[in-house]
Structure formats: structure tokens, C-alpha cells
Write a protein that binds this ligand. Structure first.
Ligand code: CP
Length: 314
């Protein structure tokens, strides 16, 4: 595998999940692979889990790691082509990316949707410049439209907890005070559609995701109906794709509560974190026995490690 920017980069999804689960049982078993190799992690946006779990994954494989918080630790970077750089941006990505590539063997990059232009965000303007000019493998640590490392950990976690061959997995929109990107739900839907799970998506009118990710999957607009008989409830907020970046609802009737979870078949509660308590999900559910969010976050290490292993072995 050369780059990892979506589920489609994996040579074999089933094998990848199997590898991640094997690594979890023996995290240092591939420590020789990363000897004398360096991974640089570039953050245009904040992170807790992705930063630490990807670093841990690289270290478990014997790699050295370096982290750069762009715009805080480094020069402010220009991302637009053809501009006159007479403002506060000191360096262009066009030079910065190949320079970073000369200092390492793998680059991880996090660059969220900017919400300035739907076209720019959905063409993955920043991530694709890294792929084009990096000269080394690129791992997306959440881009404008996808968060594949998260979806991989989500898939791994469902595999660990499922009690049925074909579990019902419900992705439910939930309210949030700020406009969030569609990267996590896009990626989750795209990834789950590669499995044989019974995937149901529920959200208020106006929150339809890009059809590119939904394919022929139909939305169930009645959240209660969607939750009926669910084995996994994956809650997430996102802003509107159609009215790009807008918040159309903060309706707390969509918050995942114990009453909502009672509609399910004793479902496990999932969220990528960070999560807004009592907006997305109540304390009772998040702190209760059905919540598997901490295991889900732990699996970020092993899924990232499986990705890095495949890149190191290419
Ligand atoms: N889930 C996730 O990506 O968490 P961070 O934003 O903290 O990295």
C-alpha cells in the first residue's frame, strides 16, 4: 500500500482488520519493520486521539516520530496556487511538503474542511498536495471529507463486540453547538458499505450526505424507527452538506438517551470522541455499560499500526 487516504487504499479489508486484531494481542511483534524509519505527523487542526494513537502505533513498529503543529510551531503556510504572497503566509505548501518528505519515510497529515469553499474541501485540496508533492507515503489523519483511520478503528471495534453475523449498525446524527465537517460520517458510511453489516443512517431533513458516500443507501428520517433492533448506535454530529457548513438544527430530541437506547437490541454505543456530553449523548448512556467509546479509541492504535505495517512492507 503506497498511501492511506480511504478504505479503497487497503488491498484487503478483511485481512487488514485481522492484522489489527493480531497486533492488539502482541503490539510489538513487528517492531523490526520501522527500524531507522521516521514518521512526521503534520497537524493543521487539533487532535488528542489521532496524534497520540498514531505516534504510539509508529513507536510500536520501531519508528521515530516528529510532530509539527502547522501555523503554531512553524511558518504560516499558503495553500492557494498562483497567489501573490504579500500577506501573513511566509511559506507555500508547494515547498514545505517536499521538504518535509525529505526528512522522513511516511507523512501523516490532518487538514479538516475549511468551510470556505465546498469545492475546495471536497476536492481535498490540501491532502492531495501532500500526495502529489510529498515523495513518500501519505497517511490521512482526517482530511476534509474522510477520516479513514477512525473508520478502521470503528470497524475493528464492531468486529470485537458483534454477537450476530450481520449486526444492525445505525449512524445517527445528533445535535452540537458548532458546525462540524462531514468527514467522520462520510468515511463511516463509505467504510461500512464495504462490509455486510445492516447499515442504517438517520438524520433530520437537510443533513443528507454527499451521494458519493451514500451510494444507494436510503435515509431513515425517523430516528426511533432507525434505532429499533440496532446492535450498534454510532452517534455523530455533522453540518449540512447541501447548505454547505450550515447548522440547520440543534434539536435535542436527537440526543442519544437511555430511552432511545431502550429501542435497540441492547446496542453498544459508539462515538469517535471528543463528544459533547448531554448534547450528542447523555451522561447515563456514555457512562453506562453499553458505551464502548474507550475501547474504540484504544483501537485507534492497532488500526493505525496495521496501516503503517502495510506501508512499511510495500
Ligand atoms: N477521533 C479523533 O480523531 O479524535 P481527535 O480529534 O482527538 O484526534
Amino acid at each position: 500500500m503506497q498511501h492511506f487516504t480511504s478504505v479503497y487504499d487497503l488491498p484487503n479489508l478483511e485481512e487488514a482488520v485481522k492484522t489489527a486484531r493480531e497486533i492488539k494481542l502482541d503490539p510489538y511483534c513487528y517492531k523490526h519493520l520501522g527500524k531507522n524509519k521516521t514518521m512526521i505527523l503534520i497537524f493543521f487542526d487539533a487532535s488528542l486521539r489521532t496524534r497520540l494513537s498514531t505516534q504510539k502505533a509508529a513507536m510500536n513498529l520501531g519508528m521515530d516520530t516528529m510532530v509539527l503543529n502547522v501555523n503554531q510551531d512553524g511558518w504560516r503556510l499558503e495553500t492557494e496556487m498562483g497567489v501573490v504572497m504579500d500577506g501573513d503566509k511566509v511559506e507555500h505548501l508547494r515547498e514545505a511538503i517536499p521538504v518535509i518528505g525529505r526528512y522522513c519515510d511516511i507523512i501523516g497529515v490532518r487538514a479538516f474542511a475549511r468551510f470556505e469553499s465546498k469545492e475546495d474541501d471536497y476536492s481535498e485540496k490540501i491532502l492531495n498536495q501532500f500526495v502529489q508533492y510529498g515523495g513518500v507515503p501519505i497517511v490521512s489523519m482526517e482530511a476534509a471529507t474522510r477520516h479513514p483511520l477512525q473508520s478502521f478503528a470503528d470497524h475493528m471495534t464492531i468486529e470485537e463486540y458483534k454477537t450476530k453475523a450481520r449486526p444492525k449498525v445505525v449512524l445517527s446524527w445528533a445535535p452540537h453547538p458548532r458546525a462540524l465537517p462531514q468527514a467522520v460520517p462520510n468515511s463511516f458510511v463509505e467504510w461500512m458499505r464495504q462490509t455486510d453489516y445492516d447499515l442504517v443512517v438517520t438524520h433530520p431533513q437537510g443533513y443528507e450526505l454527499d451521494p458519493k458516500f451514500m451510494g444507494d443507501l436510503k435515509v431513515e428520517y425517523d430516528q426511533d424507527k432507525a434505532l429499533a433492533g440496532a446492535d450498534f448506535v454510532y452517534a455523530k454530529n455533522w453540518s449540512s452538506y447541501l447548505e454547505y457548513g450550515e447548522i440547520l438544527s440543534k434539536d435535542r430530541n436527537w440526543t442519544i438517551t437511555a430511552d432511545k437506547m431502550a429501542l435497540t437490541d441492547n446496542a453498544k454505543f459508539m462515538h469517535c470522541l471528543p463528544v459533547r456530553r448531554n448534547m450528542i449523548v447523555t451522561d447515563e448512556v456514555l457512562d453506562g455499560p453499553s458505551s464502548i467509546v474507550i475501547d474504540e479509541a484504544e483501537n485507534r492504535i492497532y488500526s493505525a499500526q496495521a496501516v503503517l505495517k502495510m506501508i512499511l512492507e510495500r
